[in-house]
Design a protein around this ligand. Structure first.
Ligand code: S3P
Length: 157
């Protein structure tokens, strides 16, 4: 039986782009966790953070992810915090999912996120933070969790 495929990694690592490409290539349905939460709540990710707080967003994120992985043909673009927060809560890695960790260089991620529109959509990376420093800190803080769940690592682009 096929497994759901989940793309994991920091914001700006290419999860959405690769998920779309994989979904088309393999002819499998695409699930974008952030978009599904936004549709469910009728609010943007930023508004959910502002109105309900990050812990609430994390609960929603995990719930929606568990719904998506019921479909063993799913191609899933996760949000960058899904796996690190799950690992921090002590969740076991779901065995019916193949996790692909996209790990471009920090410099490449910063370059992609420098576009103000990309930052505006991401509450953890808004204008008030030093982007390069924040991405570096997140990379250090989260790499271990991504690596712990990764079935495949792609870091050569
Ligand atoms: C987050 C990443 C975002 C989104 C939310 C939190 C994070 O998704 O889920 O802003 O904690 O890194 P992307 O990875 O698609 O930017």
């Amino acid at each position: 039986m096929s497994k759901a495929i989940a793309l994991i990694g920091l914001s700006g690592c290419g999860k959405t782009t690769y998920a779309k490409a994989l979904s088309e290539k393999l002819n499998r349905p695409l699930y974008d966790i952030d978009h599904l939460i936004e549709e469910k709540m009728g609010l943007s990710v930023r508004e959910i953070f502002e109105q309900f707080g990050e812990p609430y967003f994390r609960q929603q994120e995990w719930t929606v992810f568990l719904e998506c992985i019921q479909d063993h043909t799913a191609i899933i673009a996760t949000g960058g915090g899904l796996v690190p927060h799950a690992v921090a809560r002590g969740q076991d890695k779901p065995l019916n999912v193949f996790f692909v960790y996209l790990n471009p260089s920090v410099e490449e991620i910063v370059r992609r996120l420098e576009n103000p529109i990309n930052r505006l959509q991401r509450p953890l990376l808004d204008d008030s933070v030093d982007l390069s420093q924040k991405v570096r800190l997140l990379h250090v803080a989260r790499s271990k969790a991504y690596l712990a769940w990764a079935d495949e690592i792609i870091d050569t682009f």
